[in-house]
Ligand binder design. Structure first.
Ligand SMILES: [Zn+2]
Length: 319
């Protein structure tokens, strides 16, 4: 995890502050990856407290933080629980207790936006923090954080990761290379999504159907057949897979070999779609993906996607 995190803004800022002995009393850690937030925060706590320049992940401090049992590191809420106003009161009171083993005490609050209106209970602590206390407030929804909290904390981010970094990180952990590739490509840089995609494992089936539908889709007469092949698939996954295939086609056109789609399919699609059409299709599919956030009708989504593909294909062939 260190290697992955070490390139992020959050890690660099804290590492720098630690080296200069100027750690802030409170950091607001922002990431899109809600499901990895707790682990990210624990790593940042290790970075703050471990004796190494980075964090070693093997000393007693690192191990206890990992197990969430270090006496000077308190994590809210407990796994499976929700944040409550009472937690803010607890932190305010416990901040006054001296560290038991180390020089500093760290309080981690994962999903700080969940405190809602009780966030202001911590304002005083954030304004006049007790000595030796560091608060790590983590959020995956910055709009849920009070401006008064934002102004009293140092904001740092853990942005989404590049596909190369995720592949590197998971290559020894998830053994099926093809499955890992597709899981990473459909995860949009979100660490926890890679694992979810890998475990759900239905990508292979979706990919086969999508490839079959796209190769049969030559003229508008084929639209119904293509529709029947993908009908019934999860719309979100199917659309992101169609987008993935066109992304691979774009790479193929620039001379790269696809590790996900076989050569025959690539050749067929390459003949049918001009580069301009592929770019237009990818953009259109991104828009359809966004509309899916608003629970668009599934049948309409597939109709729309197939129409978009045929329309772009024909228009660019005529040019
Ligand atoms: Zn350590």
């Amino acid at each position: 995890m260190i290697k992955l995190l070490s390139t992020t803004n959050a890690y660099k800022v804290i590492r720098g502050d630690k080296a200069q002995n100027s750690l802030s009393h409170a950091y607001l850690v922002d990431t899109e990856d809600k499901d990895s937030l707790r682990d990210f925060l624990k790593c940042l706590a290790k970075l703050i407290l471990c004796d190494s320049e980075d964090f070693c992940d093997s000393c007693r401090v690192c191990r206890l933080i990992d197990r969430e049992t270090h006496p000077d590191v308190t994590i809210y809420p407990n796994v499976g629980e929700k944040l409550k106003a009472q937690h803010a009161d607890e932190i305010t009171a416990n901040c006054l207790i001296k560290p038991l083993e180390l020089q500093k005490r760290v309080f981690i609050i994962s999903g700080f936006e969940g405190l809602e209106k009780s966030q202001n209970k911590l304002l005083k602590t954030l304004e006049e923090p007790p000595k030796n206390v560091i608060l790590l407030l983590g959020t995956s929804n910055l709009s849920g954080i009070l401006p008064t909290v934002k102004s009293r904390t140092k904001k740092i981010d853990i942005p989404s990761f590049s596909n190369e970094k995720l592949l590197e990180y998971f290559k020894d952990k998830l053994s099926d290379e093809e499955k890992l590739n597709s899981s990473v490509l459909t995860a949009n840089g979100i660490l926890s999504l890679v694992v979810k995609n890998y475990e759900s494992g239905d990508f292979q089936d979706i990919k086969e159907k999508v490839v079959k539908a796209l190769t049969c889709l030559n003229t508008s007469r084929d639209a119904i057949t293509a529709f029947d092949i993908i009908n019934g698939l999860d719309a979100k996954k199917a659309i992101s897979t169609i987008k993935l295939v066109f992304g691979e086609l774009l790479k193929y056109k620039s001379g790269q070999i696809s590790r996900l789609i076989d050569k025959n399919t690539m050749e067929t699609l390459d003949e049918r779609f001009k580069t301009g059409a592929v770019i237009e299709i990818i953009e259109g599919l991104s828009e359809i993906e966004r509309s899916l956030h608003f629970n668009a009708n599934q049948t309409m989504v597939f109709d729309k996607a197939l129409f978009l593909i045929l329309e772009a294909k024909h228009r660019w062939l005529k040019l």
